[in-house]
Ligand binder design. Structure first.
Ligand code: ATP
Ligand code: MG
Length: 421
């Protein structure tokens, strides 16, 4: 027996009962981007492996453990993109989008990470992301945070989210802090778990966001980065906090928030929810002024964020929102009526371009056609039989209300539909 065909583990079909939620989210997002003057960028799903190693960092979980990497037929090492920032920066450099100009960009699409699949964590998942280039200062950081906040409000999710922010300083300040931190953890070397012992050499800041409960007490007593910040950084972080407060957005300062990729500096932030268990981070981002330079471009300030669409959809599933249903389903009986129905429904689509009409297709009795009409959730059934066609009339059956069936002249139909839409 041949093996049953099925999707790759962790790579999901998004079925028609769920796509309305995706579309609702995408529509809300597009409206917000429009309000703030952001432009869309689309980059390939596959890039050279080198790009991700050089940007995200060899020592990160993403590059070290999670990437889908393969050799193509030319022997080049390629990877499915695990996130969107690297490709966006590569495209910007390649097409000179950063030279003497500012950019406010957004993207969306699938990302790939070989993680252990569970609720809210998949191997192909989708992100909506923002990347802004050429702007120093806290105002653009505040802008993207306020933009995401506006989106939560639009989706009715703002009550479920909390915002955590932190300030990682300049690379010089972080270098000083790294030394202090390594010194501290070395004194407690026997209390470090395996992961943290490794990170002590590779990326000591990441020890701070260890989820290991046994490590929490030494992490809590660790020196704080805030104490290594100079005046300029302190002022920058204070401004961000002022802008957020002015806009009425509450936040907490989490001095252990460091984020999982190497390229962040200055501000980092996360929007989290308690409703999704361990997969509670819905949106995360920060400043990455060093990345463009690191990838061979001219030093360019940059700020971005990415949100996980699946996690947002899981939250949207919890409310009572319903996708729009068809206005009418067209049923008919007989050859002449079928022909007239096809013509009529096209005319209706010209007359009421915003409404949805579903034409019955594939034969069957009137009874089974009405059943199908009901299943679509349509408000009305429009009924054509030989008599209706001959008399230029149409039957109207109200599928959701207790209103008597009607039979009206064809030329009154448009008005009746308008009144019912
Ligand atoms: P996590 O800590 O949950 O692994 P992350 O720090 O790896 O998240 P980022 O790389 O910052 O996540 O990606 C931004 C957002 O993309 C996350 O906040 C999350 O909503 C979503 N995301 C990341 N990885 C996955 C995944 N494997 N499946 C579904 N969504 C994901
Ligand atoms: Mg992760």
């Amino acid at each position: 027996m041949s093996k049953k065909l099925q999707a790759i583990r962790g790579m999901n079909d998004i079925l028609p009962d769920k796509t309305p939620l995706w579309q609702r989210l995408e529509k809300a997002m597009a409206e917000v981007f429009q309000q703030y003057g952001y432009s869309e960028i689309r980059t390939p799903l596959v890039e050279s492996t080198d790009l991700f190693c050089r940007s995200i960092g060899e020592e990160t979980d993403i590059v070290g453990k999670e990437m889908y990497t393969f050799e193509d037929r030319n022997g080049d090492s390629l990877s499915l993109r695990p996130e969107g920032t690297a490709g966006c920066v590569r495209a910007g450099l390649e097409h000179s989008l950063f030279y003497n100009q500012t950019q406010r960009l957004w993207y969306q699409g699938p990302m790939f990470r070989h993680e252990r699949p569970q609720k809210g964590r998949y191997r192909q998942f989708h992100q909506i992301g923002i990347e802004c280039f050429g702007m120093l200062g806290a105002e653009i950081e505040a802008e993207i945070i306020l933009m995401s906040y506006r989106l939560w409000k639009k989706l009715g999710l703002e009550e479920q989210f909390s915002l955590e922010i932190n300030f990682l300083g300049t690379s010089e300040e972080r270098a000083v802090y790294k030394d202090v931190l390594v010194g501290y953890f070395e004194q407690h070397a026997d209390e470090l778990d395996e992961d943290s012992t490794r990170r002590l050499q590779t990326n000591p800041l990441r020890i701070l966001d260890s989820k290991n409960l046994g490590m929490q007490s030494i992490i809590e007593k660790a020196p704080r980065l805030a104490d290594c910040l100079g005046d300029e950084s302190k002022e920058h972080f204070k401004q961000l906090q002022d802008y957020l407060s002015d806009a009425g957005v509450s936040f907490t300062h989490n001095s252990r928030l460091v984020r999982g990729v190497d390229y962040y500096s200055h501000t980092v932030f996360e929007w989290t929810t308690a409703s999704l268990g361990a997969q509670g981070t819905v949106c995360a981002g920060g400043r990455y002024d060093g990345l463009i330079d690191q990838l061979g471009g001219k030093q360019t300030p940059a700020v971005g964020l990415a949100m996980g669409i699946e996690r947002l959809v899981l939250l949207l599933e919890q409310d009572q929102w319903e996708a729009e249903k068809p206005l009418a389903y067209i049923v008919y009986q007989g050859d002449m009526a079928r022909r007239a129905a096809i013509k009529m429904v096209e005319t209706l689509r010209n007359q009421l371009p915003e409404s949805c009409f579903v034409l019955h297709c594939g034969g069957g009795s009137l009874k089974s056609q009405f059943k199908k009409a009901d299943k679509t959730g349509a408000k009305l059934a429009l009924v054509l039989g030989e008599r209706e066609v001959e008399e230029n009339r149409v039957g109207i059956k109200f599928l959701r209300e207790r209103i008597e069936q009607q039979n009206i002249p064809r030329n009154e139909l448009e008005r009746l539909l308008q009144n019912n839409d």
